[in-house]
Write a protein that binds this ligand. Structure first.
Ligand code: C2G
Length: 727
């Protein structure tokens, strides 16, 4: 029995391979794929000669409904399945669905939502996090989410929003399409499945849910460049279309079958239409009138019993009120909810105070707030800008430093405030200047007059933000939030031309760029004699007479406990290192600031020292004789010292291909050996003079490219540009 899988293509080059690969690898083999290209030309299909693939190209862009309808025309199978190009199926999905087919029956798969590509999903099962987004969980919270046998309940309730009700992943008998009126609604951009689905549900066809068959619905992690239909804003068209779709469905389906449809739609009124009415006064009368007609269709079928009291009131107002009363009540209800939230949750109270009180207070024009690595240390470029200001502009500014955990040891006079305390929210709102090297929390909306100086924290090796395909970090909302945050930066520091170019596209940043090099590297150009080096060695408690290896690896996106709390497993065999090198060397182990594991090195006392909590890595560079690192940006900074480097990349394949990908050809450019084992690390250290010799030309090229702007005066140039407004 042949299955026709209809796949619309609208130019989504990053997704189509996952989709087609997933069909190619089906256990069930009698499949034809009909790819309909929506006026965008066809993708490169060279690798799919073995797939029973028919490509239909539409001359003009016609929309997903028309594309799927075109696909139906070309289908020759006995069953049809619609699969979106950004989604994929597991290898047994079609087989499992086929196994449950019977005459006059539609079998449909379970939908699993994932942020990830197929490879990551299959490798790590990380994507196996169904319905975990806010919208869905809110919807689901109201109603028991146990799987039910009733398709008129299940099909509506499994989708998060009214818009996400879908026909995807269903095996539909081809013969139903002999009725040429049974088609996707080409007049609708956002709700084209709805009417067709309603007609099928109302027919005598039986619907059978096959839970073991999975349809992976991929969430888009880049709402800026690549929003999904669901992510597109609830503009006027969407709101109007939703009302038309509901009307079509409700007038098609019987009262009895519509209980859950009605429930879903009332939720849609509460969440989406109400918000639209509040935000768009000019459209209010018209939208309200149309909504009123749809609200009248909500049947006396038990739907009201599913909605909470507030929902019943909204429905009543939607039917019998007037637009202004409806909006007033909606606003009052939302105020009441806010009050309830802020009276029970301190974090929400702080945010409320920030929005409604602190940002209304007078701005402190001469106050600068500093934060480095989310308050974890007194370090990095903010530290050097602060010190430069104190040395050269004494008395001109007041300073606030943010700390997380313990207070910092800070020279000069600065007020220290704890991250996320009430004072923090207050100073965030009131300080005119903000200097930070990470990102400010997403809910801080810049106030008029504020100046945000983003120093950032490294030349990028690993792909960043909008240059990443999958976001495998703890927060899949990364891209969206990043976009919002970068819009408020007034200045971004670039350590070199290469970084400037990358920041422009990776951050979609078009604000002012300070082409100065990094303030944090100024210290590397100051005179650092033996006295300074010895004093740092004493400060961290290491012997003065041993050579120092600094091991500073980065973090791994996929190894985390929670947000900004990452794991680190030490792969470098310190025991072996100690045996082989212990007479001459000691090792300073420095984990990334995201790592929450503090490694116990007591076994290697006198040889290995954990300096992860030491504030400023630049001072560790100064005391070290060589650096071992992996994919961390530390090596771009360390290159300023021209000291040898070894790249211990034990997980190179996974890191480069799955987790991030790099901007540079590391084999070509890195000014030191890439090694995968401790033995090779030891060998390189033993032969460090030869290593230096071998890489000297590469080192020169490397420094030329990445360190050319550094001369020890970055802090000065930045301060003059930002605080003295000098070009
Ligand atoms: N760092 C450190 N110790 C480490 C690793 C990093 O002190 N073991 C500090 C260094 O100052 C480094 C910065 O944190 O330059 C950024 O660390 P990366 O390992 O490069 O990783 P990440 O925080 O992801 O930043 O554009 C740069 C990228 O954003 C990388």
């Amino acid at each position: 029995m042949k299955i026709s899988v209809i796949v619309p293509f609208n130019g989504e080059k990053i997704y189509y391979r996952d989709c087609l690969d997933s069909i190619r690898e089906q256990n069930y083999k009698d499949i034809e794929v009909i790819m309909v290209c929506d006026g965008c030309g066809r993708p490169n299909l060279d690798n799919y000669a073995d797939l029973n693939l028919k490509v239909v190209e539409l001359a003009e862009h016609s929309g997903v409904a028309a594309v799927r309808n075109e696909g139906i025309k070309h289908a020759t199978g006995e069953y049809v399945m619609f699969l979106d190009i950004d989604d994929y199926v597991l290898e047994d999905t079609i087989e499992l669905l086929v196994a449950k087919l019977k005459d006059n029956r539609i079998c449909y798969a379970d939908q699993v939502h994932s942020w990830y590509s197929r490879r990551i999903f299959l490798d790590d099962k990380q994507g196996n996090n169904p319905v975990d987004d806010e919208e869905n969980s809110e919807e689901m919270a109201d109603v028991e989410s146990e799987v039910t046998d009733n398709p008129y309940e299940h099909i509506f309730m499994r989708s998060g929003t009214f818009q996400s009700i879908t026909i995807l992943g269903m095996l539909i008998p081809k013969k139903v399409f002999e009725d040429e009126t049974l088609r996707f609604d080409e007049a609708s951009v956002y709700f084209s499945d709805h009417f067709l689905l309603a007609r099928l549900l109302q027919s005598d066809i039986e619907f059978k849910f096959v839970e073991s068959a999975k349809y992976i619905k991929r969430r888009h992690n880049d709402p800026i460049n690549n929003p999904s239909m669901l992510q597109k804003k609830d503009g006027e068209k969407k709101i109007y279309e939703s009302m038309v779709a509901y009307t079509q469905m409700r007038t098609t389906m019987s009262d009895e079958k519509s209980t859950w449809l009605d429930y879903k739609y009332v939720r849609h009124i509460i969440k989406k239409i109400s918000a639209f009415l509040v935000e768009k006064p000019k459209k209010r009368a018209d939208v309200y009138a149309k909504m009123q007609k749809t609200a009248m269709l909500v049947g006396n079928n038990g739907a009201e019993n599913l909605i909470k009291r507030h929902g019943r009131q909204v429905l009543k107002m939607a039917r019998t009120g007037n637009p202004e009363v409806f909006v007033r009540r909606t606003i009052n209800h939302s105020r009441w909810r806010t009050l309830k939230t802020i009276s029970t949750q301190r974090s929400q109270l702080k945010r409320w105070l920030y929005d409604n009180v602190y940002t209304k207070m007078k701005m402190l024009d001469n106050t600068i707030m500093f934060e480095s690595f989310f308050g974890k240390s007194y370090s990095d470029s903010p530290k050097y800008i602060y010190e430069y200001l104190n040395e050269n502009y004494a008395g001109k500014y007041n300073y606030i430093w943010v700390y997380a955990g313990k207070k910092h040891k800070i020279p000069y006079k600065a007020k220290q405030i704890k991250r996320f305390s009430f004072a923090y929210f207050c100073y965030m709102a009131r300080c005119k200047y903000h200097v930070f090297n990470g990102r400010q929390p997403v809910y801080f909306i810049k106030r008029k007059g504020n100046v945000f100086l983003e120093t950032w924290h490294g030349t990028p090796l690993k792909k960043l933000v909008f240059d990443m395909d999958d976001v495998t970090t703890a927060s899949p909302l990364y891209k969206e939030q990043f976009y919002i945050q970068t819009r408020s930066w007034d200045y971004l520091v670039a350590p070199n031309q290469f970084s400037e170019d990358v920041f422009r596209h990776a951050f979609l940043y078009d604000g002012k760029m300070l082409e100065t090099g990094y303030p944090r590297n100024d210290i590397l150009y100051k005179k650092h004699d033996k006295e300074l080096v010895d004093s740092i060695k004493d400060e961290i408690g290491i012997p003065r007479d041993k050579k120092v290896i600094l091991y500073a690896p980065t973090w791994r996106d996929d190894e985390f406990y929670g947000h900004a709390m990452y794991k680190f497993t030490l792969q470098l065999d310190l025991k072996k290192m100690q045996e082989e090198l212990g007479d001459e060397y000691i090792v300073l182990l420095r984990t990334h600031y995201f790592i929450s594991d503090f490694l116990d090195l007591s076994e290697h006392e006198g040889f290995a020292y954990n300096v992860s909590k030491y504030d400023d890595i630049a001072r560790l560079y100064l005391v070290s004789d060589m650096l071992i690192t992996d994919y961390s940006s530390v090596f771009f900074d360390y290159a300023n010292l021209k000291r040898p480097m070894i790249f211990y990349m034990y997980d190179l394949e996974k890191y480069a291909s799955v987790l991030r990908g790099f901007y540079i050809d590391i084999e070509e450019e890195l000014p030191g050996p890439i090694v995968l084992t401790t033995e090779k690390v030891i060998e390189s250290i033993r032969n460090i003079d030869e290593v230096k010799e071998k890489y000297s030309a590469k080192y020169e090229e490397f420094s030329e490219k990445y360190c050319a702007w550094e001369d020890g005066t970055a802090s000065k140039r930045i301060v003059e540009a930002v605080f003295d407004n000098k070009e």
